[in-house]
Design a binder for this molecule. Structure first.
Ligand code: 13P
Length: 288
């Protein structure tokens, strides 16, 4: 199946009370592990690519070409969206031109009116090409690719205004943080989420910072309108842990254990394991 945008995925997730996982990719192994798991579990999936990861993989066109070709060569039949994660105004335009099927325009650090104006412009451009748009209100805490959020909780009134611009998904800060949650984290702000849901009737909501959020909070967030959950750090941690174990056990020194296809295999399986755990937790298994 060719790349799809996120519209139908989000509609079905909202009606079926589950969430689609958006997993960040960094290279071929990441992409292959996530696509393979989605296919095995018959789950829809979104591949998130930050601007930093796009740069690392040498450009938007390279990423789009790789993902499209892998979907074909791996016979992937579940719905896959290729989604720009935390796009700037310029990055969003590049991703649109390169053939991404979905983009996030993150104007949350702009003054609100500027966020509105730029989001409107990106929506018009993306929709003219059948590409879905996620917008953001209120910074999300933590650090990702050098972007430090303030951990704000979004204002439901601002959410309503941005949701009214014709966007397809809305990321609203509710005390979530990118990366590992600190021991003193207060948890998600469900009162804020309920207020946002009430204001933005029917708008699929996006939960960033999916790493380490306990299952009960994930389930409650889904019951309050969350249809897409972003996971990045946890795939990195599973990859790191499995790779470290392989090297610490001296496996890279045995036979051809230095072959990158062997060296990266445990980390690859680690990514598959955490993606499976998350898809089961989010309820997207067998929803393709
Ligand atoms: P984590 O790295 O905390 O899983 O967050 C991912 C994310 O929100 C990507 O936008």
């Amino acid at each position: 199946m060719p790349l799809v945008n996120a519209k139908e995925m989000m509609q079905k997730a909202r009606e079926g009370h589950y969430a689609v996982g958006a997993f960040n990719i960094n290279n071929l192994e990441w992409t292959k592990a996530i696509l393979q798991t989605a296919q095995e579990l018959n789950s829809p999936v979104m591949l998130g690519v930050s601007e930093g990861a796009n740069k690392y993989m040498t450009g938007y066109t390279v990423v789009a070409a790789m993902v499209k070709a892998m979907i074909e060569s791996m016979n992937i039949t579940v719905p896959v969206a290729l989604h720009l994660d935390h796009g700037t105004y310029e990055g969003a335009k590049k991703a649109i031109a390169a053939g991404y099927s979905s983009i996030m325009f993150d104007g949350s650090h702009f003054p609100f009116e500027e966020n509105v104006e730029k989001t409107k412009e990106i929506v018009a451009l993306a929709h003219s090409k059948g590409i879905t748009v996620e917008a953001e209100v209120g910074a999300i805490g933590g650090e990702e690719d050098g972007v430090i959020g303030r951990g704000e909780v979004a204002d439901p009134e601002e959410c309503y205004k941005i949701a009214s611009l014709g966007i397809d998904m809305l990321a609203a800060g509710i005390g979530n943080i990118h990366g590992k949650y600190p021991a003193n984290w207060q948890g998600l702000d469900f009162e804020a989420l309920a207020a946002i849901k009430a204001k933005c009737q029917g708008m699929p909501l996006v939960l960033h910072g999916g790493t380490g959020i306990p299952e009960d909070m994930i389930k409650k967030a889904i019951s309050l309108g969350v249809c897409k959950i972003n996971v990045n750090t946890e795939c990195q941690l599973y990859f790191q842990e499995a790779t470290r174990k392989y090297i610490e056990a001296g496996k890279d020194l045995e036979g051809k254990g230095y072959d990158p296809r062997k060296l990266l295999a445990p980390g690859f399986e680690g990514i598959k394991e955490i993606v499976r755990i998350k898809m089961e937790m989010f309820g997207s298994v067998n929803k393709a």
